[in-house]
Design a protein around this ligand. Structure first.
Ligand code: NAP
Length: 294
């Protein structure tokens, strides 16, 4: 956006929202949300705030004081901000992380829109989750949202594969206790039995950062088969080595950009009570990340 556009748009009535992260300068969220506000004719502006983890409490308490209507929270704030919320949505409680805060009459409400953001691209593919088996690579914050989203959608079996097996075990035990009817099992990414689990699955999700710099999150790919959806949460690059290899093996693929856009669209709706212009947000994201878009 040009500076000239901004001076026309900002006035005393402009509502402020934004993102707290550390670091945060790389974020595509300002471009995505500001494009959405402009196209919807909403008098809002979205700014990024570099907030150190030790200052998150002060920053959150300042929101009502400054009249800021809401923020997204990104690394490293999603979990550590939880104690400072007045209300927390059921999804955010189950995932153990807040990525969207709404401020209303001084009250801070925390939400997790990664769950909806993750599920929308899958339903666009027509994937029916009920009774299906999935393998999730990773056991960090994103993997927690993915495992919860899949179990909430009635997936019957999930294998959580991680480098640190103990961490996969903790995530599996926790989610198993929340969804006793399903089977949630940990695995090591180094265990060759993992490849058999993938062969038996209809969904493989990469929830590790491997792929951002050309790495593969899997040691072997001959378990990738037609009929499998391979969903990589990494959104930059758009086509990771895992997705390229999976496409060659006949699997259907989903990149991480859709999740990024849909989690933002859900935050937009929470703040404004207006449905988000998803295509505009996607184009703005592509422009910000890859220098292209419609
Ligand atoms: P996180 O909490 O730091 O977790 C990282 C996970 O990746 C852990 O399970 C970690 O394993 C594993 N990992 C990291 N480096 C590895 C390596 N060299 N080899 C094997 N495993 C490795 O991060 P996160 O927040 O879950 O994010 C994970 C990825 O998802 C990031 O790339 C993030 O950008 C992406 N993401 C995308 C979206 C979206 O909207 N598309 C949303 C959220 C996250 P250990 O436990 O063994 O360390």
């Amino acid at each position: 956006m040009e500076i000239g556009d901004l001076t026309k748009r900002i006035n005393p009535e402009t509502q402020i929202v934004g993102v707290f992260g550390y670091p945060v300068k790389h974020s595509a969220s300002p471009a995505m949300h500001n494009a959405a506000f402009s196209s919807s004719g909403l008098n809002y502006i979205y700014l990024s705030f570099e907030v150190k983890p030790e200052e998150i409490e002060k920053a959150l308490k300042a929101l009502p004081v400054l009249g800021i209507k809401g923020v997204n929270l990104t690394i490293p704030h999603k979990e550590i901000a939880m104690p400072y919320m007045d209300n927390i949505s059921e999804e955010a409680l189950n995932v153990g992380a807040v990525n969207t805060v709404k401020v209303d009459s001084g009250v801070l409400s925390g939400y997790n829109t990664d769950v909806e953001g993750f599920l929308n691209p899958l339903s666009e593919k027509g994937w029916q989750p009920e009774g299906r088996k999935a393998v999730v690579l990773g056991a960090g914050g994103a993997a927690r949202a993915v495992v919860f989203a899949l179990l909430s959608s009635a997936v019957s079996e999930i294998v959580v594969a991680n480098r640190n097996l103990e961490r996969a075990g903790r995530l599996s035990t926790d989610m198993q206790s929340r969804f006793p009817a399903a089977r949630v099992a940990p695995a090591s990414i180094f265990d060759s039995l993992l490849f058999r689990e993938i062969s038996d699955s209809s969904l493989l999700v990469n929830a590790t950062p491997l792929g951002m710099k050309g790495e593969m999150p899997l040691g072997k790919t001959d378990c990738i088969h037609p009929g499998l959806i391979v969903y990589d949460l990494v959104y930059n690059p758009n086509a990771t080595p895992l997705l390229e290899e999976s496409g060659k093996r006949g699997a259907d693929t989903i990149g991480g950009l859709g999740m990024l856009v849909y989690q933002g669209a859900a935050s937009f709706r929470i703040w404004t009570s207006v449905d988000a212009p998803v295509e505009i947000m996607k184009n703005a994201c592509e422009q910000a990340l890859f220098g292209r878009g419609k």
